[in-house]
Design a protein around this ligand. Structure first.
Ligand SMILES: [Zn+2]
Ligand SMILES: [Zn+2]
Length: 305
């Protein structure tokens, strides 16, 4: 383990015309699949990461087959923007039933990549009633694990990611207000999965939080707790012997941490993939008394498994 302490402003340049919001790209799941396969090489959780790669490939395929999804009207978008409200919150936006087809499609697509023990969960999704899927989605989106089918949750989360990211993809940054609470996604109000320190272009050296649901990214200065806004004595933890591409940003005030992935260490880092491949860092942070403030829809912590 190693730690360093940074103060805000030490590394972040003065903000001027920096992009505050990065909406999801059309090929994000394909990139994630490649990253997961890269991370699986020599990894103790290689089979698990390859399953997730197959899931991300199925997500990318589903994106290509989706038509244009209905968006909020221009009037609704403007009202949200004027009131600094995220326009696509799960509680405020009636999700299109197409997400249920996506869930069944993903379950069928990853069957051959799934060990026999996991196939019953896939069958449950393929044969599920609409009401059950909607109830499970509601639990997942409200971060409630009681009553959630934990074996099915990653597939349902993946389907919701496809649906929400494709809505977000069709927005423009000008349609979205700066968030009232910068710890939540300005597009859909969800928690971040992790943050990414980016390289290249106008975003070089900037840190963005990455939404766990709609895959949008929003700018938050470095060395600032994304959970409670504290800027004092933020510390960074990493696994000894790693390449430093993934660290945990820990806050002594609220005792939470959020992972940060560094493109300057590896340009292929992906907040979701690298979060899933760095569970050892979560264990380390737990030993130090920190709880994660991140959410990952593909890894639901509803039990001790
Ligand atoms: Zn979002
Ligand atoms: Zn904090």
């Amino acid at each position: 383990m190693s730690t360093t302490i940074l103060q805000p402003g030490q590394i972040e340049g003065a903000s001027g015309d920096i992009p505050e919001l990065r909406l999801p790209s059309a090929d994000l799941f394909g990139n994630r699949a490649r990253r997961l396969r890269q991370l699986a090489e020599g990894h103790s959780l290689a089979d698990y990461l390859r399953f997730l790669a197959a899931l991300a490939e199925a997500q990318q395929l589903a994106v290509g087959q989706l038509g244009d999804l209905p968006l909020p009207s221009a009037g609704q978008l403007e009202q949200c923007r004027a009131h600094h409200m995220p326009p696509l919150t799960p509680a405020g936006w009636a999700r299109d039933p197409i997400w249920r087809s996506l869930a069944r499609q993903l379950a069928a697509a990853v069957r051959t990549a799934t060990p026999a023990a996991g196939q019953a969960a896939l069958d449950r999704i393929v044969a599920s009633a609409d009401d059950w899927l909607e109830a499970q989605a509601a639990l997942l989106l409200e971060s409630r694990s009681e009553g959630l089918d934990l074996a099915c949750a990653p597939i349902l989360g993946a389907a919701l990611q496809v649906y929400w990211s494709q809505l977000a993809h069709r927005l423009t940054p000008a349609q979205v207000a700066r968030p009232e609470y910068p710890n939540l996604c300005p597009v859909c109000g969800s928690h971040p999965v992790a943050s990414v320190a980016r390289i290249g272009g106008a975003e070089n050296g900037l840190r963005y939080l990455h939404c766990a649901l709609c895959e949008s990214e929003w700018h938050v200065v470095r060395a600032k707790c994304s959970n409670c806004d504290n800027t004092k004595d933020i510390a960074y933890y990493s696994i000894e012997g790693g390449d430093g591409a993934v660290r945990a940003e820990a806050c002594p005030e609220c005792h939470s941490y959020l992972k940060i992935v560094h493109q300057d260490k590896d340009p292929n880092v992906d907040p979701v993939a690298d979060d899933l491949a760095s569970l050892a860092l979560d264990l380390l942070m737990g030993e130090h008394g920190y709880a994660t403030s991140g959410a990952n829809l593909l890894m639901i912590h509803g039990s001790e498994t």
